[in-house]
Design a protein. Structure first.
Ligand code: UT7
Length: 347
């Protein structure tokens, strides 16, 4: 884990100035899953909180969803694509093993000047990206960064495994981060990993460890495998810990939080983490009933919808937190100021 590093001397901050979101049109409701596996709408709603999710159709790639979200975020920030310095795409379901999906997005949106790379930290990827983007902006290495969370995990779901196929959905969302006054934007972060649990949630074949063969594909080794109970216990513990570490990095406490925007994996995990932090339900944002777990897209989709619904106002302290395969985790504390209080060009 990176140690908390409050920096009272920092000369500029990094704030979110644009937001975009893209989800596939195809909806898969719980009752449709009842036709595939031995499950019920009642079990899924009670045990997870999910009612429906979006499914990417053939041709609806991770990069296509990511590019739409990125374009909208750039327009929302009132920038042109060629003003973007860097594109970071948090994803674990890129279009190819390589090159990076961020490069495909760069081409699609015409951000010719932008450096582009992916962040592979699964469902914590967006929170990792906020830490990386903020550090680059604060240091003066970059000015306009597009950070995307995008995944099409349903491509890797085993539709005969009821313990996983009910959980995941597809989507993307993006933000534009720009220089701000030091007291605005990203105030603190905490990211970490415990690689000793890398097999708690993984895809067994398709990488250099196990090449895909017809026999392995037939045995569904190209589909995700999860020890759900293990991940559940880890998530409840780490969400609270990561948020408190990020708040300490920002010299704040849980009492200062106006809105908690957690990874949308399971309503029971979210409620347990919020209780541990002493947050009342009205300070917790949830939209997993409509999207399920969209992996790296989950936190930014929730952020996009929270902002669109007027749940965040200027000056609010929001906390983002994600956890996922790796196992990884990340949390960010942000003072929300959509409108710059000074001329960003001089920062
Ligand atoms: O981004 C990170 C991704 N991962 C996660 O966040 C996952 C974290 N884990 C979880 O959310 C939960 O562990 C699950 C939702 C995956 C499972 O919930 P659970 O309450 O831990 O259920 P369980 O695994 O203990 O299973 C309880 C029962 C079992 O039946 P028996 O053995 O008691 O007869 C399962 O076979 O529920 C059964 N079950 C189901 N029944 C109906 C498991 N999945 C289903 C299902 N429909 N879809």
């Amino acid at each position: 884990m990176l140690s908390p590093a409050s920096s009272p001397t920092r000369r500029r901050g990094a704030a979110i100035r644009g937001l975009g979101m893209a989800v596939p049109a195809t909806v898969l409701a719980n009752h449709q899953l009842e036709e595939l596996v031995a499950t019920s709408d009642e079990w899924i709603v009670t045990r997870t909180g999910i009612r429906e999710r979006r499914i990417a159709r053939d041709g609806e790639t991770t990069s296509a969803l990511a590019a739409k979200a990125a374009r909208d975020a750039i327009a929302d920030a009132q920038l042109e694509p060629d003003e973007i310095d860097m594109i970071l795409c948090a994803t674990c379901t890129g279009d190819y093993l390589w090159p990076a999906t961020a490069c495909i997005v760069q081409d699609a949106i015409g951000s010719r000047r932008a450096a582009a790379f992916d962040i592979s930290a699964a469902c914590a990827g967006f929170c990792y990206g906020v830490e990386v983007a903020a550090a680059l902006i604060e240091s003066g290495k970059a000015n306009n960064i597009v950070l995307i969370g995008a995944d099409t995990l349903t491509r890797h779901v085993d539709w005969s495994d009821r313990s996983t196929c009910v959980l995941f959905g597809d989507g993307a969302a993006a933000v534009v981060l720009r220089p701000s006054e030091p007291a605005q934007g990203v105030l603190g972060s905490s990211i970490g990993a415990d690689g000793s649990h890398h097999r708690s949630l993984f895809i067994p074949a398709g990488g250099t460890q196990s090449r895909l063969t017809p026999a392995l594909i037939a045995a569904r080794y190209d589909k995700l495998v999860m020890r759900g109970g293990e991940v559940f216990k880890f998530a409840v513990r780490i969400m609270g810990e990561a948020c408190l570490n990020a708040l300490a990095d920002a010299s704040l406490s849980a009492d200062d939080v106006d809105l908690f925007i957690p990874h949308q994996a399971n309503i029971r995990i979210i409620n347990a983490a919020a209780t541990r932090m002493g947050l009342p339900p009205e300070k917790v944002f949830c939209n997993l009933e409509r999207y399920g777990n969209t992996s790296a897209a989950s936190v930014p989709i929730a952020l996009f919808e929270a902002a669109a619904m007027g749940r965040i106002k200027d000056g609010d302290i929001i906390v983002l937190v994600g956890f996922g395969a790796g196992l990884t985790w990340g949390a960010n504390v942000i003072r929300w100021e959509r409108t710059p209080t000074s001329d960003e060009a001089v920062l």
